[in-house]
Design a protein around this ligand. Sequence first.
Ligand SMILES: [Zn+2]
Ligand SMILES: [Zn+2]
Length: 584
Amino acid sequence: MKNIEIVRIFREISYLIQIAENDPNTIFKVRAYEKAADVIENLSMDLEEIYLENGIAGLRKIPSVGSAISLKIEEFIKLHKIAYHEELKKKIPIKISEFSNMRGIGPKTIKTLYEKLKITTVSELEKAALEGRIAKLKGFSKMKESNILKTIQLSKKNKSRHLLGDIYPLIKKIESRLTEEESVINCATVGSFRRMKETIGDIDILVSTEEPEKVVNFFVNMPEVEEIRGRGRTKAFVELRNGIGVDLLVVPEESFGSASQYFTGNKDHNISLRNLAISKGFHLNEWGLFTKKKKKVAGINEKEIYELLDLQYIPPELREDCGEIEFFSKKKKGNLALVEYGDLKGDLHTHSDSTDGTMSIKDMALQARKKFGLDYIAITDHTRSLRLANGLNENQLLAQINKIQELNDAFKEYSTDTRFRILSSAEVNILRDGTLDIPNNILDKLDIVGAAIHSNFSLSKDIQTERLVKAAKNPSVDLLCHPTGRIINKREGYSVDIEKIIDIAHETRTVLEINSNYHRLDLKDEHIRLAVQNGTKLAINSDAHHPVHFAYLLFGIGQARRGWAKKTDVINTLEVDSLLKELK
Ligand SMILES: [Zn+2]
Ligand SMILES: [Zn+2]
């Protein structure tokens, strides 16, 4: 499993190049490494396997992997290191891994701080900031210094937690490898991972078997394991190479259900459920559900436990003690048709290479159809005031509408699969005063209009809220994208009265997005629940900048379920014609 290590090294290289090299052309090199890292991160296949089967040619077929990058991958597979990376590290003794996930402290800042103050670690940076030495540097200020301190605090707070999307593919791979192992009867990853929480501490994997020692042995010898932290006859605790801790718990098959029940819910959920069991004359623990006379009455699966406790099955994402035990009691007959993982028909937020995406509209469409089975996607490229992303102006946007029309016609003409449709759209920039950077008469020619904030994050709560309210009230705006602007572990969202936004969205029939990019997951689960209670419509979108990002939709659905969103709350579960009718 070299993918994760290669991703880490490529990101470090791109970072180090920006510090080490002064040539303005390095930006292309930097982007090449970043793009390759993005793609490899989401690759479902193992690079080493691809290489062993098809060599360099196989690697080059991966999008964004050119000849230089493929040689670096080969070098790593053969030598377990990349000479260019080692050279850069020698030249720049900065601890990049400490800085790389700190938003607002980019390579340029690091470079200056290294040259002027010889800072190479985060603790040296913190010390310099606390001593007020940073504010005195040219190009810095008191404000910048205090922002640096805030960022350090935030990253300290979140250090031990991993983003769900960062570890998801690897954990699923380990899970399926264990499942395929002969001596394993059942295997499931439980805990917050199963609840699809946006960040995860440690991973708990549960296995049932009649040969515990064999399974434990197989587990601790997996190639991803960096260090065995502990092992017993029926359990083991290891640290993986990416720094995450994984617990393996081995139980007999007859207790697999009770153990997965026990290890999935959060603490409060488990306490409530155990109390419910007691109130019904039972005793519940990880080994099973028992009567007062210690007779075991359930345990092999979760369903039979819930059944005996007069509950309907509670979906794992809801096991957080947020009213679910009461809601799912059979007496109450609560019926919740949660949005399911296969329910999405389309994606209403995707980018093409017309702006900052990396693939043509056609390729985005073909992959969305072929690999992800979607019936429609909206191409929501950025608009003109977002210069960093080469935003489209009015004429370019009109030209894009024609291009999309032609592509749709061509699909119809050349394909037996006439179902697929590209929707013309845009992720229109909301300006400081809440107006948009494209006039309504142009926007009205689009199938659907998304709007988003990409600047002026530090406005006061009132002004920021008003800004979004004005955008929602704009009759052309159908969708508010990533409504709070947060980046998990890196940037708090802008200050906004979310309840007011949810209300106004409902009133104006504006849809709120659940952005599935696992760095964003914006709206949060608690906001989704508020929106659902309020009857405000939602859309679960990928914000894909490359077709591999369609895989993120899974995280958006998980988040929606955590917010108790039903299929009917999510407009892109609709067929395209009904969807277009539903928009304001
Ligand atoms: Zn955006
Ligand atoms: Zn976007």
